[in-house]
Ligand binder design. Sequence first.
Ligand SMILES: [Zn+2]
Length: 562
Amino acid sequence: MRTHNKRAGLLKGTAALALMGVLAAAVALPALAADKVTKDVAPVTAQALSEHIRILASDEFQGRKPGTAGEDKAIAYIQDQFKKIGLKPAVDGSYLQNVPLTEIVSKADGPMVITGPKAAPLSLEYFSDMIVWTRQRTPHVQVKDNDMVFVGYGITAPEFGWDDYAGVDVRGKTVVILVNDPGYATGDPALFGGGAMTWYGRWVYKFEEAARHGATAAIIVHETRAAGYPWGVVANGGSIPKLSLMPADGGLKTRSAVEGWMQLDQAKAVFQAAGLDFNTLKDSAARRGFKAVPLPLKMSVGITPTERDVISHNVIGTIPGAKHPDEMVLVGAHWDHLGIGPAINGDTIYHGAMDNASGVAGLIELAKRYTKGPKPDRTLLFIAYTAEEQGLLGSEYYAQHPLFAPNKTVAGFNMDMLSSVGLTRDIVLVGGRKSDLEDRLKAWTDAHMMALNQEPFPERGYYYRSDHFNLAKIGIPVIYAHSGIDSVANGAEWGKTKEDEFTRLHYHQPSDKWSPDLDLSGGAMEVNMIYDLSRPLAFGTDWPKWYDKAEFKAARDKSMGK
Ligand SMILES: [Zn+2]
């Protein structure tokens, strides 16, 4: 409630707004009186968050990369905090869940060569024209004169009545795939998520689906807008050491031998060599009834990987429920960042203050706020995930090896990059139209006289780019929302400038550092918002539900035995 009072205080100059504030408070009163939690618990403060961030993002923690000395420091700090607060260790008396990872560095032996009957061989240079890697445990990958098939968006989605792999056998072949999904390509609201990216638009999904169909190589055509990032990001991401969760078969049967991307211009040349027009085929791929097109081409490429095993850790603590201890309300934030990397402005430590020391600070302070109040009816589960920056691996491992039954996990909340620019009048929901947690959030923003906005770039698929997504995949309703740009003190234009500035100058760069000037009041508000949203679940008996059209509803129904 203090957050609300503070906001009202800041808005005091405007009589109309102040009056609305009084009305909102009056409306909220009966709900409060009926609340069995009568003792007010002091909310999370900006100062408390700042202190954790200062420590976690300091030079000593070396950017908190999994499997390094920085990890040892980070997980020791989080365990120490969990212990001080009085959280119960979740793993046989320990806070640590071991997460076995394999680090693979891939390098192409030479260019990717594509030959056909009608044109001269095409030679695609590593890094500048294409990027390839392997996630198989193998000393060497050699693909020679492999048949190629264009599989459109590479999607098999029964709930949308869509199957790009229908009627074509891609086993042992190279599939060429478009990025994003037909809804994005056409803007047709009846197709997939319309303009908003669905899980089927993400590249991770496309590699998984190609492997399920037995493809030897899966190559995605890069387009900047549809992918959400430029070629440089894709090429860099593909060439740096990759940590992954290694399946029991070493990925030999469960993953394609080759995964990668090719530049748009190269893809156009490849289709031309097959006597086909890329744009024409791309258009047809977005239409219902599209059939995969075998290309009269052969692809060859070699990859030499080097591998190393790493044991990393999720840090997990609970506040056991008094009445329904087997029912869980989950809150998560990733503790890892990028470690030490190329120097930018003379600094090689990627501190990750906002990304995501801030989320861990929020996790610790939220847990602390709960421990100061009465014991919840249900169990509260606090997870600091590892290896988010490596592809959401800690949360994926938890989803594969949950400590508590997913169908008893009531709901989940995620904190990834709290706000550092002060209080705002708006909250942004990442990934709308998913579950009724959104209705609860809307009620909260209404009560606080704030606007609830949809994310400005739904085509970028941010919902699929943080840890809550792995919980959604196993059916747990999860929500991720954060402060918007409409600054209470400085307005929306200023807020937008600040946000762009952070993305350009600090995001995933060494300069994402702690400073006493970070205004964490908005961050504290976000943490207290999660407290307000999770509390009725922790002290209640209801179960949030996916909307009927949400792509994760089927997983929930299945886990509930429906
Ligand atoms: Zn990040």
